[in-house]
Design a protein around this ligand. Structure first.
Ligand SMILES: Cc1ncc(COP(=O)(O)O)c(C=O)c1O
Length: 421
């Protein structure tokens, strides 16, 4: 008899970010250049200070302590201090990227059948971690018209059930680029405290804030020590996605100890990555400012280009390096496929991530895509030219009216003007 895979294995969702990759590969095989706006893989160099450390590797690449090497944890403590965040190495667990920190955070705080509140659209891989943990993600809707800021407290209260264990908040936000105000974060933290919930704050884009703003870390809110678990990562901060190193940060001792026991079960986080990360103190002081300036320019190029295309709707995001754009299409996934299978403009096309996979509520995001601006400016300009040519071509191919009109912005979205909290 053939063995059967588990219901969990069956339920695991495929990543909407990577799902169309085979079509992109086929397009490349036909000699078409594909601009990847679908994935947050920055093209900037990883700082030399990190890469240099790798030449100091021991002759034996040994396991490291499960919670991280003292040198890596010290480097992190120094980094946080530089950000005005006061943590000790005893508050940290080194993880294999922010992804493992998310997994540990779910496993440390929930049981099968529990629920987690999350604002949609959200980072689609939260679905994977929730599925692994057997947790149901309960979405609270945010809208482009409000800059995807947080819904009012009544909506959070309404979403609560006896199974609610935590709130998952990504700030700065992937996929919307929203940076929440201090007041918003305090409100969510207070909601968590009032109902005995954990606040898992995913802050992997902490440095990516534009126009002179900065992200408020949940670790800086006094009085929420028992609530807050921060997910952190070196992937984006140092343009080092392949390093696979991050951290779970919490002052809640029980959570810390539970996480450490899980970390012991998987023995150790990557040793070479921790070695590279000991270079953190040597990263030049102006590094984050120059990276943010580069991304701000990229955001501006893409925002100006896309808002110039008839029927495209988006708000200028404050941070991270993504945004959600509403397109004058009936089905963004079909459009994304069309780009890769049926269309090219001057030998090039674009890959975007259909946004439906970033929502839990069926039907939402069908006319939206998530766009990452991790390419250099010239490439972004080319990508905009491709999209500007592709949208009318797609509308013709699908028999849609030749000019997108107000119908491209759903009536519901136009009607609702919510107060931003
Ligand atoms: C919001 C968010 N959280 C966590 C991660 C996980 O990153 P990593 O595992 O590379 O640290 C990502 C990666 O894209 C992300 O966008």
């Amino acid at each position: 008899m053939k063995p059967q895979i588990s219901p969990r294995g069956r339920a695991m969702p495929a990543s909407p970010i990577r799902k169309l990759m085979p079509l992109a590969d086929e397009a490349k095989g036909r000699g078409i250049h594909v601009y990847h706006l679908n994935i947050g893989q920055p093209d900037l160099e990883t700082p030399q200070a990190l890469r240099d450390r790798l030449s100091h590797a021991d002759r034996v690449l040994a396991y490291t302590p499960s919670g991280g090497t003292p040198e890596y944890l010290d480097a992190l403590v120094g980094y946080y201090r530089g950000q005005g965040i006061d943590v000790e190495s005893a508050d940290l667990i080194a993880t294999t990227g922010g992804s493992e920190a998310l997994l540990f955070a779910f496993f440390a705080t929930t049981s099968e059948g529990d629920e987690a509140l999350v604002c949609e659209p959200y980072y689609t891989n939260y679905n994977s971690f929730a599925t692994l943990a057997g947790v149901r993600l309960v979405p609270l809707r945010t809208r482009g018209e409000d800059g995807f800021h947080l819904p009012p407290r009544e909506e959070w209260e309404r979403a609560l059930t006896p199974r609610t264990r935590l709130v998952l908040l990504c700030n700065p936000n992937n996929p919307t680029g929203t940076v929440y105000t201090r007041e918003e974060i305090e409100r969510v933290a207070a909601f968590c405290r009032d109902h005995g919930l954990f606040l898992i704050a995913d802050e992997v884009y902490r440095e990516f804030v534009y126009d002179g703003g900065h992200a408020i870390s949940a670790l800086t809110l006094p009085g929420f020590e028992d609530q807050v678990i921060v997910v952190d990562s070196l992937s984006k901060r140092y343009s080092a996605c392949g390093i696979r190193l991050g951290a779970l940060v919490t002052r809640n001792r029980e959570v810390h100890q539970a996480t450490l026991r899980m970390a012991q079960g998987r023995l150790s986080p990557p040793g070479l990555a921790q070695l590279a990360a000991t270079g953190i103190p040597d990263v030049p002081a102006g590094y984050f400012a120059s990276v943010a300036a580069e991304y701000q320019q990229r955001r501006d190029v893409l925002f100006a280009g896309l808002t110039g295309i008839p029927g495209v709707f988006l708000r200028k995001p404050e941070g991270a390096f993504y945004f959600i754009a509403r397109l004058p299409v009936d089905d963004a996934e079909e459009f994304a496929r069309f780009l890769l299978t049926d269309f090219s403009h001057q030998g090039a096309t674009v890959m975007v991530a259909p946004a439906a996979g970033f929502y839990a509520t069926p039907g939402l995001g069908r006319d939206e895509v998530r766009i990452a601006y991790v390419l250099k400016r010239e490439d972004l300009e080319q990508a905009v030219a491709v999209l500007a040519a592709a949208l009318p071509a797609y509308r013709r191919a699908r028999g849609l009216a030749s000019r997108p009109d107000a119908a491209a912005e759903p009536a519901e979205a136009l009607r609702i003007q919510r107060p931003v909290v």
